[in-house]
Design a protein around this ligand. Structure first.
Ligand SMILES: Nc1ncnc2c1ncn2[C@@H]1O[C@H](COP(=O)(O)OP(=O)(O)OP(=O)(O)O)[C@@H](O)[C@H]1O
Ligand SMILES: [Mg+2]
Length: 224
């Protein structure tokens, strides 16, 4: 079992955002998080990425309980964040380097890969994401769709086993949406575990074997 949520509860300042969520994800599964605005989808993605933690219940990643204390261990945190990639809904908030090329190199450099290998990963990701012409640009000068592709490329160079994406279609045009759908299909084919929130039921239908339906009561119904 890759991911195991057991009776997970989480509240923001006492206001419940997730209530008693129990669900699992196997390696290679694709899960769509569906449900109305404010139902807790982004919160759950933050929790899966170790940015917030269950107040009740437990989140296990490959058998290890993910807690604030666990992620304060530098080596474990580094390993975990390399295993689980997160594409935020707002890519601008995720990009912090001076150029697209540096943004893509950051992950593999952190992992300690030699420079020629980093360069190869970066060039591959630039090509795969159709942003080679943007390599020397500053991320903040890019359009929303270009930033989205850059954020995805920056995760790609880390090659995580689990991809989590919050509203991946947001800020993409029709061609971008078609590209993203193909990209997610390729991740599936490569055996990656993919978890994404969306309001686009066509995307969920096209890709997801499992649906987690979020209800206004802050609960999650798993539909296979
Ligand atoms: N940082 C925060 N502080 C306080 N409340 C928050 C915070 N983040 C989210 N919430 C609240 O938690 C609830 C769940 O929010 P969340 O962003 O997880 O919903 P969502 O399902 O992703 O919605 P959307 O479809 O609009 O993206 C909402 O009521 C929201 O207002
Ligand atoms: Mg959201």
């Amino acid at each position: 079992m890759m991911i195991e949520l057991q009776d997970v509860c989480f509240a923001y300042d006492g206001v419940p955002a997730l209530r008693h969520v129990t669900a699992t994800v196997e390696k290679g599964e694709t899960v769509a998080l569906l449900g109305p605005n404010g139902a807790g989808k982004s919160t759950l993605l933050r929790l899966l990425n170790g940015l917030v933690f269950p107040e009740i219940g437990c989140y296990r990643f490959e058998g290890e309980e993910i807690t604030a204390r666990r992620l304060r261990e530098h080596r474990y945190a580094k390993w975990f964040h390399q295993r689980v990639g997160f594409v935020w809904q707002n890519p601008a908030a995720q990009l912090f380097c001076a150029s697209v090329r540096e943004e893509l190199a950051f992950g593999p450099e952190q992992m300690g890969l030699p420079a020629d290998e980093v360069r190869r990963h970066v060039d591959d990701a630039l090509a795969l994401c159709g942003i080679a012409h943007l390599a020397e640009r500053a991320p903040y000068t890019l359009s929303g769709g270009e930033q989205k592709r850059t954020a995805i490329a920056a995760i790609l160079t880390m090659n995580p086993a689990v991809w989590t994406l919050d509203e991946p279609l947001a800020s993409l045009d029709e061609a971008g949406a078609a590209w993203l759908t193909d990209f997610l299909r390729a991740l599936k084919r490569a055996g990656k575990t993919v978890i994404f929130s969306t309001h686009d039921t066509a995307l969920a239908d096209a890709l997801a074997g499992v649906r987690w339906q979020f209800t206004p009561a802050r609960e999650v119904r798993v539909e296979r």
